[in-house]
Design a protein around this ligand. Structure first.
Ligand code: ZN
Length: 222
């Protein structure tokens, strides 16, 4: 299905669909639940544009891949290039929208890849591995460090967090990313998941939210 970035009023963003830069272990409680050490600098990885889908479309599980885990994350839509050493004001100006992402992960495969010292792409960068919500225009978003996020599955609260719990806060994260990976208009940055990750089942009804700003329903197909 054809994906295009859209704002929360449904209007298309005049931006291409680029890469997704992701950060692992940006909430201490989540690092602990997977028995990972809390990193001293952001653990970065990338999903290609082919991983992006819309949360308005069903999340497709493919049984041959093994269990798919959800990680709910705040997502930032980038509207202008960021490269090299930038200050916080430049980072702030480049964000045109805030939304939500599912960082879908084949956890069993990821554990096997980690044990072998192999890259994670097979577990995190496959087609469809990054469903995205609509994006709230940045002018409507309050202080970035006040953004909350929640995931309910079949009515039950599974994940809840707030940007103020991030080990590397949003603007600092963009600064660190831009020193390594040039961010281009249409790229997305996803900012790590709070505790409560788990497996998706066919038929699950998901409700993702940035409380007070964005509600996004999604369903899971087997
Ligand atoms: Zn993640």
């Amino acid at each position: 299905m054809h994906y295009q970035h859209r704002f929360s009023d449904g209007s298309p963003a005049d931006l291409p669909v680029g890469k997704v830069v992701c950060v692992g272990r940006n909430y201490a409680e989540h690092a602990k639940e997977l028995n990972n050490p809390v990193p001293t600098e952001p653990l970065l990885f990338i999903k290609p544009s082919t991983a992006i889908t819309s949360l308005a479309d069903p999340v497709e599980l493919r049984p041959s891949r093994g269990p798919v885990h959800y990680e709910t994350e705040l997502a930032l839509l980038v509207g202008s290039s960021l490269s090299g050493k930038i200050d916080e004001a430049e980072a702030r100006q480049a964000i045109v929208g805030v939304g939500l992402a599912l960082d879908l992960t084949l956890r069993k495969l990821q554990d096997q890849l980690k044990a072998k010292g192999h890259p994670w792409e097979r577990a995190k960068a496959f087609d469809g591995a990054c469903p995205l919500s609509l994006f709230v225009p940045i002018v409507q978003a309050p202080e970035l460090n006040d953004l909350g996020l929640e995931l309910r599955i079949n009515g039950e609260l599974r994940q809840q967090g707030n940007a103020d719990q991030m080990i590397t806060p949003i603007l600092r994260l963009l600064q660190q990313i831009a020193e390594v990976f040039t961010l281009l208009p249409g790229d997305v940055v996803i900012t790590g998941t709070p505790a409560g990750v788990g497996v998706l089942q066919a038929g699950d009804q998901l409700e993702l939210s940035i409380p007070g700003l964005l509600e996004q329903a999604a369903c899971v197909q087997g």
